[in-house]
Write a protein that binds this ligand. Structure first.
Ligand code: GRF
Length: 188
């Protein structure tokens, strides 16, 4: 049985897609907790609605202190894998070393293009004809880890930024559960 924890800072539409997929995968994989660095994040409600333990700890002191508190929670949840789903903090090398090649992130661009917090906005304003989604292992850089999967989607001339983002998010909600399934079946 693979144990997965989700880290998210916001709405958690990707977390929701993972939670739904985990229901199908339940004989091989369980989402054992959702962690947020924001107490108001809607992802926490989504976890509760699905009877998944949810915990929020905001960063008050240093990064090291914050991560120590997170590691405390993880010592109870005992994840094999951590899926970052809109988690807006950079994890330290010391944290990442505890889960070598076991932390995965989803990023809304075709990396290495448009790293950082605003992948959709940056790609859209750069006038791309297409963009995409990258799922990658997390290393200590910003969106620099080894790629697991990348898929592109078109940008149409008449697209507003909202249309463009919506198309990207639909792709995210297809790709991330697919990778969860790979984890469930030991293919990663
Ligand atoms: C997604 O676009 C994800 O790729 C990025 O942050 C956004 C999170 O959206 N890292 P949600 O909270 O999953 O709806």
């Amino acid at each position: 049985m693979k144990r997965v924890v989700i880290f998210a800072s916001g709405s958690g539409s990707n977390a929701q897609a993972l939670i739904e997929k985990a229901k199908e995968l339940r004989s091989n994989l369980e989402i054992v907790g959702v962690f947020s660095d924001k107490k108001e994040a809607y992802v926490l409600q989504r976890a509760k609605q699905n009877n998944i333990p949810a915990m929020a700890i905001e960063k008050t002191g240093s990064k090291v202190e914050h991560e120590e508190k997170i590691i405390n929670i993880l010592s109870e949840w005992k994840p094999d894998w951590i899926f970052l789903a809109g988690y807006m903090r950079i994890l330290s090398a010391q944290f990442i070393e505890k889960y070598p090649n076991r932390i995965i992130n989803i990023h809304p661009s075709l990396l290495p293009e448009f790293p950082g917090r605003t992948g959709y906005e940056d790609a859209f304003h750069a006038g791309v004809k297409s963009s995409g989604v990258t799922i990658h292992y997390v290393d200590e850089g910003i969106d620099t880890g080894k790629h697991i999967i990348q898929e592109s989607f078109p940008r149409y001339e008449e697209d507003s930024l909202e249309d463009f983002k919506k198309r990207g998010l639909q792709l995210e909600h297809k790709l991330y559960p697919h990778i969860l399934e790979q984890v469930a079946y030991g293919k990663l």
